[in-house]
Design a protein around this ligand. Structure first.
Ligand code: 13P
Length: 243
C-alpha cells in the first residue's frame, strides 16, 4: 500500500496568497493537506490530487458554540480528514474526555480521524516501557467508542504516533523505535478495542533527509509532517520517499 503523507500546516502560512501557492506546490496523490480553518475553502478549490484535512473539529452539532467549527461545515468544504488530539492542543488544555467526544462525532460523521498520541520527554526518559504504557492509556481513553462501532469504520481511523519531544525540535525518533511503537499501537487497537485495519503514522521532525527511514518500514503507514510541509522542495522529497 502506498504510504500516506500528511501536511499539518499548523498556524501557517500568514496569508491566503501563500496558502494557495503552497497548496498548488504540494498537490500530490496520497497526500493530505491540513491548513488552518481560514484557508480550508481556498485550498479545497485548488487541490486536484491531494485530499483536504482539518486540524481540529468541535464534537457537538450546529449551534451556539462561539469560535468552534462543526463537522458539517468541514464536510461542506469537502474535507475528508480531521486531526484530533494533537499534542499542541493537549498542551492548551484539551483533555482525553474532549478528544474522545471529538473522535466519536467525527467517526460517526464519516470523516477519517487522525488521532495523535505520544509521550513527552519526562515519560520517555523513564524508558520505552513507560512510553508504551502512556500511549496505550491515551489510545484506550480516546478511542473507547471503537468497541461500539462496526469493524468497517476502522479504516476511517488513523493513529499518528507523535512523541512530543520530537515535534519541532529537529530530534526525530529512531525509525526502528517508531516502527516498534507503530506495531504496539496496532496490537493495542486489536487487543483492547477489537479494532483492526487502522493505519499508523509517525510524526516529529520528519524531513526530506530522514523520511525514507520511516517510510520504508512496513509497520509505519505514513508520516505526519509539520515544519517541512511548509517548504515545497522539502515536502516533495518526503512525498517521493513514500512512493
Ligand atoms: P514537525 O514536523 O514540525 O516536528 O511537527 C510534527 C507535527 O506536529 C505534525 O503534526
Amino acid at each position: 500500500m502506498q504510504k500516506l503523507i500528511v501536511a499539518n500546516w499548523k498556524m501557517n502560512p500568514a496569508s491566503l496568497k501563500e496558502a494557495v501557492h503552497l497548496a498548488k506546490a504540494c498537490d500530490k496523490t496520497e497526500v493530505v493537506i491540513a491548513p488552518p480553518f481560514v484557508f480550508l475553502e481556498a485550498v479545497s478549490r485548488v487541490l486536484k490530487k491531494a485530499s483536504l484535512g482539518a486540524q481540529d473539529v468541535f464534537w457537538n452539532g450546529d449551534g451556539p458554540w462561539t469560535g468552534e467549527i462543526s463537522l458539517r461545515q468541514l464536510k461542506g468544504l469537502r474535507a475528508k480528514y480531521v486531526i484530533i488530539g494533537h499534542s499542541e492542543r493537549r498542551k492548551l488544555g484539551e483533555t482525553d474526555e474532549v478528544i474522545a467526544k471529538k473522535v466519536t462525532a467525527a467517526l460517526k460523521s464519516g470523516l477519517t480521524v487522525m488521532l495523535c498520541v505520544g509521550e513527552n520527554w519526562d515519560v520517555r526518559k523513564e524508558g520505552k516501557k513507560a512510553a508504551y504504557d502512556f500511549v496505550r492509556r491515551q489510545i484506550v481513553k480516546d478511542l473507547a467508542v471503537l468497541k461500539k462501532l462496526k469493524i468497517g469504520k476502522f479504516k476511517k481511523l488513523i493513529v499518528a504516533y507523535e512523541p512530543v519531544w520530537a515535534i519541532g525540535t529537529g530530534k526525530n525518533d529512531d525509525p526502528a523505535d517508531a516502527a516498534l511503537m507503530a506495531g504496539f499501537i496496532k496490537e493495542t487497537l486489536a487487543a483492547d478495542l477489537a479494532a483492526i485495519g487502522s493505519r499508523v503514522l509517525y510524526g516529529g521532525s520528519v524531513t526530506g533527509r530522514n523520511a525514507r527511514g520511516f517510510l520504508t518500514l512496513p509497520e509505519v503507514d505514513g508520516v505526519l509532517v509539520g515544519g517541512a510541509s511548509l517548504n515545497p522542495a522539502e515536502f516533495k522529497k518526503i512525498v517521493a520517499a513514500g512512493q
